[in-house]
Design a protein around this ligand. Structure first.
Ligand code: SAM
Ligand code: SF4
Ligand code: SF4
Length: 353
């Protein structure tokens, strides 16, 4: 397969021109390092599905760090500048700092971040920062223990997550981004309390519309709280004003408190899709290269990696997958609304959001 999406000439200058069928460059690689998690959030890994008997991937089927590093290095050569480690819960993967150190050493990585539920951060934040991690995003859906009990699948307390955020800040990984998935009749009323808690701290709270990822979360459009409503609720209490994006293609719409006490963001994936600026590829824990959060599957890179292919061949595989990319699922959602069957879509815990 040739590098059809490459225009321009030679080396990294050419690689930076890699484009998919809609003209979108490859800029971000999200790396899932495990399919396991210490939580059972009903919208991602419902406890009734992921119970005692659930068979997670055997260790041999999960990419080793050196395999991840090889794919990441080639993705960076092809234009990616931002790497994010995710999961499952990435902090349950042993020796994660070793991977961080390897990723941080790749020339051309401008941003190295991690998304976590935060519970294991107190024991790991310093080592991760020392290895070269730059930022963390911590998920927190409610400050109320009874609501958190539900949103974490009975596996955690908000205090543990707050301790994780504090540990990240103390390790120099702040300001922390805090992700809250808002669901109607679950945590819509927590939005203002979260805003109150984090304003003035320097941390950036981001509200995410509940998405129909995977096939197991019984998603219904009525459960989505539109970003506009989230902003109105907060603005009524703490007046807000819009802020320009940090860079073109930024998925979060930014707002700041008019009294100068910080900023928040909303990610309106459902009501205001942003596929046109989507520059993200995902590497699943088992080594599939996935070009959309809503894809059915991805391109298997583990088999060629383990068969000993050359860097040149692997680079062509990654580039070819990107140049063939047509995905714009969120823009098409309204035409495709309805429940999904198992296997019809890749699950969120496999590719990490
Ligand atoms: N375990 C880590 C965590 O929870 O932060 C990393 C993986 S998790 C899949 C990444 C992000 O996806 C989390 O912020 C989570 O809240 C979000 N997420 C999971 N399912 C979602 C859904 N159906 N809609 C919107 N966001 C979702
Ligand atoms: Fe685990 Fe994160 Fe999924 Fe929750 S959202 S079940 S913490 S992977
Ligand atoms: Fe990107 Fe797919 Fe999400 Fe659109 S639906 S923004 S293409 S991941």
């Amino acid at each position: 397969m040739g590098l059809r999406g490459l225009t321009g000439q030679g080396g990294t200058a050419a690689a930076a021109e890699l484009r998919d069928t809609r003209g979108r460059p490859l800029r971000d690689l999200r790396i899932s390092v495990t399919d396991r998690c210490n939580f059972r959030c009903p919208y991602c890994m419902p406890a009734e599905v992921f119970g005692e008997d659930y068979r997670f991937l055997p260790r041999k089927d999960i990419l080793r760090f050196e395999e991840v590093l090889r794919v990441a290095r080639l993705a960076v050569e092809l234009g990616a500048t931002k790497l994010r480690i995710t999961g499952g819960e990435p902090l349950v993967r042993a020796n994660l700092s070793d991977l961080v150190a390897g990723l941080a050493a790749i020339p051309g990585v401008a941003d190295l971040a991690l998304t976590t539920n935060g519970v294991l951060l107190p024991g790991q934040a310093a080592a991760l920062a020392g290895a070269g991690l730059q930022r963390v995003t911590v998920s927190l859906d409610s400050l109320r223990p009874e609501v958190f009990q539900h949103t974490s699948g009975g596996r955690g307390e908000p205090e543990q997550v707050l301790a994780g955020i504090a540990a990240a800040e103390a390790a120099g990984l702040g300001p922390v981004k805090i992700n809250c998935v808002v669901q109607r009749d679950v945590n819509q009323d927590d939005v203002v309390a979260l805003a109150r808690h984090f304003r003035g701290t320097g941390h950036i709270l981001r509200f995410i519309e509940f998405m129909d990822v995977g096939t197991m979360n019984a998603w219904r459009l009525e459960q989505v709280v539109p970003a506009r409503e989230i902003i109105e609720r907060i603005d009524a209490e703490f007046p807000l004003e819009p802020v320009d994006p940090n860079y073109s293609g930024e998925v979060a719409r930014r707002y700041r408190y008019r009294d100068g006490s910080g900023e928040i963001g909303v990610i309106a994936s459902v009501t205001e899709p942003f596929c046109g600026g989507c520059t993200r590829a995902r590497l699943s824990a088992e080594g599939e290269l996935v070009t959309c959060l809503f894809a059915k599957g991805g391109r298997d890179l583990k088999t060629p990696l383990r068969a000993g292919v050359s860097d040149a061949t692997l680079r062509e595989m990654i580039a070819g997958t990107w140049t063939e990319r047509e995905d714009r699922y969120s823009e098409e959602r309204s035409e495709k609304a309805g429940p999904r069957k198992a296997g019809e879509r890749i699950e969120m815990y496999r590719i990490g959001g």
